[in-house]
Design a protein around this ligand. Structure first.
Ligand code: BEZ
Length: 211
């Protein structure tokens, strides 16, 4: 069954390149990004894993643990990691799930039979400290993901979890945000002491509250 926003991310036990894990226990009360790769030794995936390894400090700054998945074995993942370091200059520094029986891929609906009967699509799940799924992305095998966009989205998720705001198109950390629709004008004056500009009655813009 598809996993929807707000659902609790299903728990599972699995083998990874860093040993066996129980997902919820491994994640603890951090944020997490679980992302799938169609297959080991494939070109786009090789670039993606190097990029995520390079961005690990950015994920850590945001209290986000990252974990990849590919349907091949732990042994195969370890061999592939050598290539990833060779090509991208970055050693894979996070666990990679081995899912040869596809039990995690099926649990998370990562196999889309009309795209491929056996390989996963490029799924991303961003999971909050309470294990609720906050964001999902699905890309086809031929399109590599933009991990700067993933970090940008996490900035928005973390900000909007804390304040009654929303973030506009193309927003980046530090830019103005939108006062949530459920906040009255009277409350907005109290809760956003830097003030707000009402471009329309429903579009009230305020400086980012935690900056
Ligand atoms: C890739 O990572 O490049 C890839 C993986 C599976 C199918 C096609 C491309």
């Amino acid at each position: 069954m598809a996993i929807r926003l707000g659902d609790i991310a299903p728990d599972f036990t699995t083998e990874t390149t860093q040993g066996p894990i129980s997902f919820h226990k491994w994640k603890g009360d951090s944020w997490a990004v679980l992302f799938s790769h169609p297959k080991d030794f494939t070109p786009v995936c090789t670039t993606e894993l190097g990029r995520v390894a390079a961005l690990k400090p950015e994920f850590e700054k945001r209290n986000v643990k990252v974990i990849g998945l590919s349907v091949d074995s732990v042994e195969s993942h370890h061999k592939w990691e050598g290539d990833i370091k060779d090509v991208t200059g970055h050693a894979v520094n996070f666990p990679m799930i081995a899912d040869p029986d596809r039990h995690v891929s099926l649990l998370y609906d990562m196999i889309h039979p009309n795209a491929s009967a056996t390989a996963t699509v490029r799924s991303v799940f961003v999971i909050a400290p309470d294990n609720a799924v906050k964001l999902t992305l699905t890309y086809p095998a031929s399109t590599g993901r933009n991990f700067d966009e993933l970090l940008r989205s996490i900035d928005s998720l973390q900000l909007t979890a804390k304040y009654d705001v929303a973030t506009p198109a193309d927003w980046k950390d530090g830019e103005d945000v939108i006062v949530a629709l459920n906040v009255s004008d009277e409350d907005a004056k109290k809760r956003f002491p830097k003030g707000y500009v009402a471009k329309k009655p429903y579009l009230r813009v305020t400086p980012q509250p935690n900056k």
